[in-house]
Design a protein around this ligand. Structure first.
Ligand code: SF4
Length: 464
């Protein structure tokens, strides 16, 4: 599974240049997308710099100091929709008869292909293959007709089906929009007279801003020289926050809907310890995301926590090895066992999820090759049985190991001595929300947005 994208919007009421602030905020959101990144700032004119690559590779002191403007938006991208190429990099800038609009999007629009077809039939021309451009066209068409940006966003929200957290720069404002179900995260912070909206609160921390609150599902937040104005865009009578943001995607030091992610993950470990009595020597984790689960579990059971695998932190996105043998090698280069810790030991091994099962099987084999006597696999999420259509890059249903086999079959395939997943009930307890507040689509096949079978097939083709 791959993370999606990260967005940032900053407006300085005291006219400071915001490009360096956007840079640091994007730096802290790098885990949400490593293919391309970009910044737009506005100083009467729009100035945009975007390229393929990491934030630290794309921006240097010269480029940042050339970007002058007291408000703007930034984006880090991993392509869940549209190919990985510079035309699809964001922020996406549109010139129209009333001015300009620059937009960064995190999420996935399920009816994007249909909307795009309709717009093309009405004469719109597209220069990218992203759903972000579809959103931009919808907003600009409404803006030209009504002259009101908030009304045009409200109109667009009525047509959009899917997940979207948006950071938009217009000629005089920064606007944050969160879809009515709040599927993707978006929060608001303040640093003196500077407002910041960002996908995760770690972006606020990176510039020393105070976390104020999450942007509400369906909310349109406008920030300009008059300050902050909140508008209600759309409502669905429920929310559907992506449960995987808590389990895996968001950084553990982020606050999501007023909950610290690290605490939720520790709680998952504690809940999994409640009915688990397997006899082991110590508890360990696949670094880094599974560490809080293992710590919570070990503490609750009074067992020692130890490291058994060391992660090579310099295996980057360029480490692409297509052949099976090369992929096996990739896991070995990324994770090396601490032989003296694991040799002859019975261990509980935590990971955040099992997708195809191939990585879990390789990790278990690495530990067994290092002399581990027993490896009891514990997974901090329930089984993934269905793909995500809302912004996470996942394999097809057929490729998901849990979609066709029960827990015992998965255990056998990955070579674990025992296997337990977090239950859906345990997940809800750990996050402190009920099933009407979370998206559980990939766990149940029941999605919070209407997705007909033919739309799902089309969407998979469109995303690929
Ligand atoms: S389907 Fe799964 S990964 Fe996708 S938004 Fe819903 S919970 Fe998140």
């Amino acid at each position: 599974m791959k993370e999606e994208c990260g967005v940032v919007g900053i407006y300085s009421l005291d006219n400071r240049d915001v490009a360096p602030l956007i840079f640091y905020a994007l730096y802290s959101l790098q885990h949400r997308g490593q293919e391309s990144c970009g910044i737009t700032v506005v100083n009467e004119k729009f100035a945009t710099q975007k390229e393929m690559g990491l934030v630290s590779e794309v921006f240097d002191f010269e480029k940042l100091t050339a970007l002058k403007g007291s408000f703007g938006v930034g984006h880090v991208r991993y392509s869940t929709c549209g190919e990985s190429r510079i035309e699809n990099a964001a922020p996406f800038v549109v010139s129209h008869s009333l001015g300009y609009l620059s937009i960064g999007h995190n999420g996935n629009i399920a009816n994007s292909a249909e909307l795009r077809k309709g717009l093309e039939e009405q004469g719109e021309v597209f220069i990218s293959t992203t759903d972000t451009e579809v959103i931009a066209h919808l907003i600009v068409r409404g803006l030209i007709r009504t002259g009101d940006i908030v009304d045009s966003i409200k109109e667009a929200m009525k047509k959009l089906n899917g997940s979207y957290s948006l950071a938009i720069a217009t000629d005089d404002s920064v606007i944050a929009v969160r879809d009515p179900l709040g599927i993707k995260p978006l929060c608001l912070g303040r640093l003196g007279d500077t407002y910041i909206v960002a996908s995760e609160s770690v972006a606020l921390d990176s510039i020393g801003a105070e976390y104020l609150r999450d942007v509400e599902p369906g909310e349109i937040l406008v920030i300009n020289e008059s300050g902050l104005q909140s508008h209600r865009g759309a409502s669905r009578g429920r929310t559907a926050h992506c449960m995987f943001e808590y389990v895996y995607f968001s950084r553990p030091d982020s606050i999501l809907d007023s909950r610290l992610v690290y605490t939720v993950r520790e709680r998952i470990g504690e809940i999994m310890a409640e009915d688990d009595h397997v006899d082991v020597d110590f508890v360990m984790a696949v670094p880094d995301s599974a560490i809080p689960f293992a710590l919570g579990y070990a503490r609750a059971r009074g067992l020692p926590y130890r490291e058994g695998l060391i992660k090579n932190r310099y295996v980057g996105r360029t480490f692409i090895l297509p052949k099976q043998k090369a992929r096996e090698l990739a896991v070995r280069v990324k994770l090396n066992p601490l032989i003296t810790n694991v040799k002859g030991k019975r261990v509980v091994l935590f990971d955040d999820s099992i997708v195809r099962g191939t990585t879990s099987a390789r990790i278990i084999q690495i530990l067994k090759d290092a002399g581990a006597a027993e490896v009891h696999m514990r997974i901090g999420s329930p089984p993934i049985i269905s793909p995500c259509y809302l912004g996470i890059d996942m394999p097809t249903k057929e490729e998901l190991i849990a979609s066709s086999g029960d827990v015992e079959e998965v255990r056998r395939k990955i070579g674990a001595d025992s296997l337990k997943y977090l239950s859906i009930e345990g997940l809800l307890r750990a996050i402190g929300k009920d099933e009407r507040q979370l998206c559980l689509g990939c766990l149940t096949g029941d999605y919070p947005v209407p997705l007909e079978q033919h739309e799902q097939v089309k969407l998979v083709e469109y995303i690929k």
